[in-house]
Every structure is written in structure tokens, then in C-alpha cells.
Design a protein around this ligand. Sequence first.
Ligand code: NAD
Length: 294
Amino acid sequence: DMPRIGFIGLGAMGQPMATLVAKAGHPLVIFDVNAKLTREIADATGARAAATPADVAADCDILVTMLPSSAVVDVVLNGEAGALDALGAGSLIVEMSSGVPESTKSMAQAAAARGVSLIDAPVSGGVSRARTGELAIMAGGEAAAIDRAEPVLRIMGNSVVRTGAVGSAHAMKALNNLVSAGGFLIGIEALLIGARFGLDPEVMVDVLNASTGMNNSTQKKFKQFVLSRKFDAGFGLDLMVKDLGIALGVARTTDTTAPFAGLCRDIWAAGQKYLGPGQDHTAIACFSEMVGGA
Ligand code: NAD
């Protein structure tokens, strides 16, 4: 029998992920604070639109959260009409947002006190791989709980790597985004320097992609979202800055001196301040251009 799935958070990532869960045949109940969005996705997928997180929780065996931050997950679980009180003992929470490891550990403890398991299962790959069910998933928590979640995770992702105890996948995810954020910025600076030298940016991207400077940004972002001036990759600048703050927090709690990581975070945060809220993360290139004197 397929477990009943609850899905909270239907944004850029949650919408395609929940849609795949519905297509796989799981009974699905969904909620987003944006009621219009919840209704549209319910109509498109046949899922039931719930009125509150508690309403979702009362009607599912496995609760998936795909929300902006740990602070929002905490509100959804423990706030007014929160999910945790309404979840039956023996239920499982699969926290797929990019969260803060220490917050996730606390939430897992609070859940365990009510007989509810919680694992962190953040994802990488962006909106395009969310649509095709090819996300890279990291999973932290007890083996039995991950075993139980894995068939559902496999609907959304094509790899599930176990990273250790609860919270470890959230640490891993933040560190992945640190590497991704650094690769993006240094690549943009190289394009700016090269353009002033007289190199063609399109040619530069081709050469990087055939050479050792290649990374995910040179391959999947520079032509598509920056040189095109579209800036619509689907991953928010505010979320990237949040993730870099999480990575720096992990450095702090582990007493690790990481100067490059700190500089990277500071540049992204300065770009966020310059560009204002609600931008796509690829728009940070406009800040680099301003700084670089383009
Ligand atoms: P998003 O901003 O597009 O979606 C978040 C959704 O949460 C929105 O629909 C919003 O209405 C909803 N929400 C906010 N507060 C709520 C509340 N209190 N109750 C219910 N719903 C609420 O964000 P996203 O891009 O889908 O990202 C979700 C998470 O996944 C984030 O942690 C992000 O860092 C991570 N992530 C995003 C990407 C990406 O490419 N977009 C990739 C990997 C991981």
C-alpha cells in the first residue's frame, strides 16, 4: 500500500516535486501559505488542498516540507495550526528544504518526543531536475527512517546519498552551495576581465567548458541565464545568501577558519543588498559588473 503523502511548500521546487509524487500514485494532500497556488496545484494534480499544516498532518503518513528556511519549517511544524501536534505517532517528516543543521536536530528531538521521526533530505539540481525527477538528494537521520522515505525520495531524485546523523544532510547541502556560489562568482569575474581584454564572452564560456575551469555555472548558467540577460534560473538570490549563512554557521560551530568562504558570503550578501529582494541568484552578475566597472 502506498503511504499517504502530505506536502507543504509548493514554490519553484515544491510544485514540480509534489506533482511527481501525485503522478506516482500516492494519495496526496498539499498546503502552501499561498492559497491560490495550493488550489491551482490541487486542480492540476488531483491532490487535496488543505487549509492548514495541521490539516495536512492529520491526513498523511509521511509529511514532506519544501520551504524557504528552517525558521519557516519551525512555524509550519510548531506554530498556529502547526503540523506536529496533528501528526500521528509513527509518522515521518522528510525535511527537504535547505535548512540549518542545528535547527533540524532540535526539530527532530521535538518530533521524537511525540513518536514522530524526522530526517533531512535536501536536494540539488534546481527546477529543471525537479521537473524530471532527477534531483541529487542527500539524506541525514536514522537508517530505518531513511529506508522508509527512500521510495518517495526516488520519485523526486535519481540519487540518494546518506550523509550520517540528522542535520548532516543540511550541512552537506550548505557546503555544496558554498562551492556552487564560489564557482559562479569567480567565473563571472573571469568573463568581465576577459571582456575588457577583448575576448568574446560566448567563446570564453565554450573554452572554459572544454577546459579545467569548467563547472556547473559555466555549463548550465552563464549562456542560459547571464549572457542571455534572462536571469531566470529559478533559484532565488535570497535563498543563496541564506545557504551561505548556513555554511558559515557550520564553519563557526566547527571552529574552522575559512577565509575564502567568508569572502564569498560577503560578496553575495553585498549583491543582495545592492539588487534588493526577490531577485534570481544569477542576477548577482549585475552586481559583479557594477563592481568591476563594466
Ligand atoms: P520558493 O520561494 O519558490 O518556494 C517556497 C514556498 O514556500 C512558496 O510557495 C511560499 O509561499 C511557501 N511558504 C512560505 N512560507 C510558508 C508557510 N509559513 N507555510 C506554507 N508555505 C509557505 O523556494 P524554492 O526555490 O522552492 O526553494 C525551497 C527550498 O529548497 C529552499 O530551502 C531552497 O533553498 C531549496 N532549494 C531550492 C532550489 C532551487 O533551484 N530553487 C534548489 C535546491 C534547493
